[in-house]
Design a binder for this molecule. Structure first.
Ligand SMILES: *Cc1c(COP(=O)(O)O)cnc(C)c1O
Length: 366
């Protein structure tokens, strides 16, 4: 019997998310020394994890015979203090990815839809499809690769439950002003919820919209953050969201009892206390962005102006071929064929960026 005939029909339409290849695979495939490979494909932190986070994680290894704190009491308390919000306004997830999945379970289903921009984080679509709901994808404003908020607002109907928006946006790297986003949020009807994905917000800090007063006023806004990017804890899988207590209550209904493991909870607590490290990474990232943009300009390659820890650069007639060639030279990037002649490149260390620019130059024969 065909097992597919037993599955829910909408699951058969569900695509599989293809993640970047781990360094070890690429090393084996191309006979390279893993140490010599620069992975600039998944917007990971090239400076490593927060050292304080690592120390806390190591300490916790001794007690992994015990279940984690299912209520994440310490971590939620730490986040509450750090963000100036109440415990009841916070939920944690196995990465912010899981928060997005939980939102799909709570708010989406066959009779409604989710609005999102074209060229946005793939998980919005996957979450919506997994909930057997309808994806409403809104074209971007060309040529800047920006989320078109006017068109997104126009796409919202009384069937829309979630509106996904990331700023800076991944994979384009483009961003919108705080005012543009706040006005957009204020224009949405009460029948939908804005899911503000703030995965890269720490990199733009003072220019990001601050939704906390609106959340305090009880607006339908959910702000998601992650420890995967500036905090450098991607492998531990931990993220959180801020929202009004009623929304958090709904999320907790579908949350797995022990969704964030104990090591991740401990590391995230310590990482919050390590803002010195966060500031270090932010500064280094700014330098790296400048280095890459100058390098691209010298080669005459167009790019999307970015403040995130990655950048989209064009001028690659065959981006899959460019990806393969750069990989053989030891730099893993992320091709974005759906965006045309573009590669998405994570900002690395100074040395990694230098090697990347050198390899692109060699590939293009510039
Ligand atoms: C990396 C990223 C996330 C974070 O994912 P985690 O599950 O927390 O690792 C969320 N949204 C966007 C847009 C991202 O790029």
């Amino acid at each position: 019997m065909d097992i597919n005939s037993l599955a829910q029909p909408h699951i058969l339409k569900q695509p599989v998310y293809v993640t970047g290849k781990p360094i070890a695979y690429t090393a084996r495939e191309f006979g390279l020394d893993p140490e010599s490979i620069d992975k600039l494909a998944s917007n990971e932190n090239p400076f490593g994890p927060s050292p304080k986070g690592v120390a806390a994680a190591q300490d916790y290894l001794k007690t992994v015979n015990l279940y984690p704190d299912g209520g994440a009491y310490d971590l939620i308390g730490k986040i509450a203090e750090f963000r100036g919000m109440k415990r009841e306004q916070i939920a944690v997830g196995n990465g912010s990815n899981e928060i997005l999945t939980m939102l799909g379970k709570v708010f989406l289903g066959p009779d409604c839809n989710a609005v999102m921009s074209q060229h946005s984080f793939a998980v919005y679509k996957l979450t919506t499809m997994a909930a057997n709901s309808t994806v409403v994808e809104v074209p971007m404003s060309a040529p800047a690769f920006k989320c078109d908020l006017k068109a997104m607002r126009a796409a919202v109907t009384d069937k829309t439950r979630l509106v996904f928006l990331a700023n800076p946006n991944n994979p384009t790297g483009s961003d919108l002003t705080a005012k543009e986003i706040l006005d957009f949020a204020d224009s949405l009807p009460e029948t939908c919820i804005l899911v503000m994905d703030e995965a890269y917000t720490e990199f733009i800090e003072d220019q990001a919209p601050d939704f906390r007063s609106r959340i305090n006023e009880g607006k339908n806004i959910i702000c998601c953050r992650t420890f995967s990017k500036i905090y450098g804890l991607a492998g531990l899988r931990v993220g959180y969201c801020l929202a009004r207590p009623e929304i958090i209550g709904l999320i907790n209904r579908v949350r797995d009892p022990f969704n964030v493991n104990s090591i991740a909870q401990a590391a995230a607590c310590a990482a919050i206390d390590d803002q010195e490290y966060v500031n270090f990474v932010r500064e280094k990232n700014k330098e790296g962005l400048k280095q890459l943009m100058e390098g691209f300009e010298k080669m005459g390659l167009p790019y999307v102006k970015s403040q995130a820890n990655f950048i989209s650069v064009g001028g690659f007639k065959d981006p899959m071929d460019a990806f393969q060639a750069l990989q053989r030279m030891g730099t893993i990037v992320r091709p974005q064929p759906q965006m045309g002649d573009i590669l998405r490149i994570t900002v690395g260390t100074k040395e990694q960026n230098e090697r990347l620019l050198k390899n692109i130059k060699a590939y293009l024969g510039k």
